[in-house]
Design a protein around this ligand. Structure first.
Ligand code: BGC
Length: 728
């Protein structure tokens, strides 16, 4: 059995960025990196806010980091004791990932004796605006101690600074109101505290920080405790954000640390009740998987009904805090089966950003909805035309992710359908979901091309999931997902009476329904879907199998610089069959019922050695298909890779001087899909669920609950028997 704790002893300055992600705590509204309370911006602390962005000059628009209300440091006998500057005698950090509680204990040896700082902190799962910390000091000598704590408004940014003006409140409840550059959003942070000993507090403002400082001389081994609370509100949340945050602090001071912690833990327990996955016989797998689910819970927008999740969660500003296809294709299953309200919010975010997607389509001369490759507020596409810097010339390289990764709109449709199918909540279709599906189908319809004299429709000049081959024709995944979109739009149009009267009227006024049915039937029936060649291999796109057939090692050996980009016009992989991530394999995984099982295996065997797995999204798709093909032991290492994306070191952290690290929620969601659908063999059939498990070696039992169409099921799988029990 696992103990739900991650621990790190010793201190290594080189691991600051990595541990910041691994020890992240969050509540969907904000994520707090697993950095230490004394860190200032050069050591990458961040209180990353969900769904609020700012842009300065020509830099990328990125999500805001709030002023840091956890900032605390200690001065002993006149000397500031903090990491990394002053090496510790002992140091330990711990994450209780059952309850999202981060703790640290650091002892320094001074000329007069040893002094220890212990702290414990969380961001409340109950009140998502609230951060809470207990900070303790004790020493084995009469130390002359000063603790300095408050709010640090000099935040770490990648493309900042984002706060044009910062006002400080020097009161018993400290405050910061910062105003953003672009949209003049306000971000207010208030902070209050209570000590378990009498002391005088001095208040002041220094280096963009509003601080309190207290002085005391320690009795030997007596514990000096400060309970600290901060609260963040932005002008997107309410009218007077400073007032709301002060209000929160007043309430928290009355309620106290232990009560706040209790409520927070109960909220976490309620989430685990419906989502914990028990794997008996393989603690490593159980730990990695549930730690992945911890991250998914920590970034779930439970506080709103329309918000999605960034590709790096709430771990910082990397990937511009933007929403990719990761949400719909990799994370949504988990939320739909464990927390349908969150899944609804994710889907609603896309429906609410339809206008942005329509504007994007129009700007390229297409019809319908072309969803952003990197979506921010209002469906703004944050993806730039120049997303990669050429290592040789140091010039920005033209990339085509934004223009050509057209499969994103089909992911939006997949998300809406998947949500409705799993939860049974059809109301979302009448809240804009139906129109969104139709608009996505119109988009693909406007992309169709037909060669003179041919009957098949083709889609040219796209980028599939494998981003290394740009501007290809007839990417199998894209074409099949376009067909899927036509099919789903047809279901809507043919069953228009299932929608609310309002939605029906809207559709009738916007479209000629009969004409659309005719067009989408023609499109769905005639779109070209690549077939296996005589060896059984489905070409990823036109001409793929004629490209140089080589190995990953050979391609790697051709790199002139280790940081060189493999794709694009001149990339080392571009003219070869080496691909970045699962592409045909994703297609087969999604549509396996249409493809002969021998062909599935042949394609797995063909594509696997040709896949670099350069994206954390890749491994789970391979794992799923290995499971479907009845080879769980081959699936297992890919599952572990996906489930361990954030627990194990080795992820990419830096691109030149730019920090690109962060957490990998798509891999986390992918690992869940493999456990439940792959190894667990979960299948939906109308209102029924069934299982056809294929457990990997060593797994004695797999148990979990799922929510499906308003019912909760307990599923227990052992080697001997499998049971599905309805528990509500
Ligand atoms: C992958 C995309 C993914 C994005 C965000 C890229 O490296 O190729 O498929 O959506 O990262 O996770």
């Amino acid at each position: 059995m696992i103990d739900w704790k991650l621990k790190e002893t010793n201190y290594d300055e080189n691991r600051i960025a990595y541990l910041g992600n691994k020890f992240l705590i969050g509540n969907g509204y904000m994520g707090v990196r697993g950095t230490l309370a004394e860190y200032e911006k050069e050591h990458l602390p961040a209180i990353n806010l969900a769904g609020i962005y700012d842009r300065v000059g020509d830099g990328w628009r990125e999500p805001l980091n709030a002023p840091n209300g956890f900032f605390t440091c200690i001065v002993v006998d006149g000397k500031i004791l903090r990491l990394p500057e002053i090496p510790p005698k002992n140091h330990r950090i711990e994450l209780d990932y059952r309850h999202g509680i981060f703790s640290r204990s650091t002892t320094w040896k001074t000329d007069r004796g040893s002094i220890t700082v212990e702290s414990e902190r969380f961001v409340s799962m109950k009140n998502v605006h609230l951060g809470v910390m207990k900070y303790k000091v004790f020493a084995d000598f009469h130390a002359d101690v000063q603790v300095v704590y408050g709010i640090d408004a000099d935040v770490w940014d990648i493309n900042g600074p984002h706060y044009d003006s910062v006002e400080f409140v020097e009161d018993d409840v400290l405050g910061v109101v910062a105003t953003t550059h672009e949209k003049h959003y306000k971000v207010a942070v208030s902070a209050g505290d209570k000590t378990n000993f009498p002391c005088e507090k001095k208040i002041g403002t220094k280096d963009k920080k509003v601080l309190k400082s207290i002085n005391f001389v320690t009795d030997i081994n007596a514990s000096y405790e400060i309970d600290r609370y901060f609260s963040v509100y932005t002008s997107k949340d309410c009218g007077d954000c400073l007032y709301e945050s002060v209000n929160d602090i007043d309430k928290s001071l009355l309620c106290g640390y232990e009560d706040a912690k209790e409520v927070h833990k109960e909220t976490w327990e309620a989430l685990w009740k419906d989502s914990e996955v028990v794997i008996e016989g393989d603690d490593c797998a159980m730990e990695a998987l549930n730690y992945s689910l911890y991250h998914l819970h920590s970034i779930a927008p439970r506080h709103t009904d329309s918000l999605s999740i960034a590709a790096r969660g709430l771990s910082g500003q990397t990937y511009k805090g933007a929403v990719f296809w990761d949400t719909e294709m990799f994370m949504l299953d988990f939320y739909s089966m464990t927390n349908p309200a969150v899944a609804r919010s994710l889907v609603k975010y896309r429906i609410d950003s339809l206008e942005g997607a329509k504007e994007k389509a129009e700007s390229y001369g297409y019809k319908g909805a072309f969803y952003p490759w990197e979506s921010q507020e209002g469906g703004f596409d944050a993806c730039s035309d120049y997303n990669v810097v050429d290592v040789f010339t140091k010039r920005p390289m033209r990339t085509f992710f934004k223009d050509k990764q057209v499969h994103i709109s089909s992911a939006v449709v997949y998300g809406i359908r998947r949500y409705v199918d799993i939860t049974g909540d059809k109301s979302i279709l009448s809240e804009g979901g139906a129109v969104t599906i139709i608009e996505c189908a119109l988009f693909y319809y406007s992309l169709l091309l037909r060669r003179a004299g041919a009957t098949a429709y083709e889609i040219h000049d796209v980028i599939g999931p494998d981003e290394y081959h740009e501007r290809v024709n007839n990417n199998g995944y894209t074409n099949r997902m376009a067909k899927y979109t036509f099919e789903k739009a047809l279901e809507i149009l043919k069953n228009i009476n299932d929608l609310s009267e309002g939605e029906r009227n809207k559709i009738n006024s916007l479209y000629d329904v009969n004409k659309l049915i005719e067009q989408f039937e023609d499109a769905a029936g005639n779109i070209f879907i690549p077939k296996p060649d005589r060896n059984g291999i489905i070409p990823q796109f036109d001409g793929y199998l004629k490209l140089e057939d080589t190995t990953i090692d050979v391609v790697k050996s051709r790199l002139l610089d280790p940081k060189e980009y493999w794709g694009g016009a001149y990339g080392v992989a571009s003219q070869t069959q080496i691909i970045k991530q699962a592409d045909v394999v994703t297609l087969i995984s999604l549509f396996s019922n249409e493809i002969d099982s021998e062909i599935q295996k042949k394609n797995l065997n063909y594509y696997e050695p040709r896949t670099e797995h350069g994206s954390s999204l890749s491994a789970c798709m391979y794992s799923l298909l290995y499971c479907k093909c009845g080879i769980p032991d081959k699936a297992y290492p890919f599952f572990m890779k996906s489930a361990s994306a954030d627990i194990a070191p080795g992820g990419k952290e830096w691109a030149g001087l730019v920090y690109i690290g962060g957490t990998h929620p798509a891999a986390a969601g992918g690992a869940y899909m493999v456990a439940i659908k792959g190894f667990g063999g979960l299948q939906f059939n109308g209102d029924e669920i069934s299982i056809n498990p294929k457990l990997p070696k060593g797994w004695k039992k797999l148990s979990y609950k799922i929510k499906y169409r308003n019912k909760i099921y307990q599923i227990d799988i052992t080697e001997e028997k499998s049971e599905i029990k309805e528990i509500k």
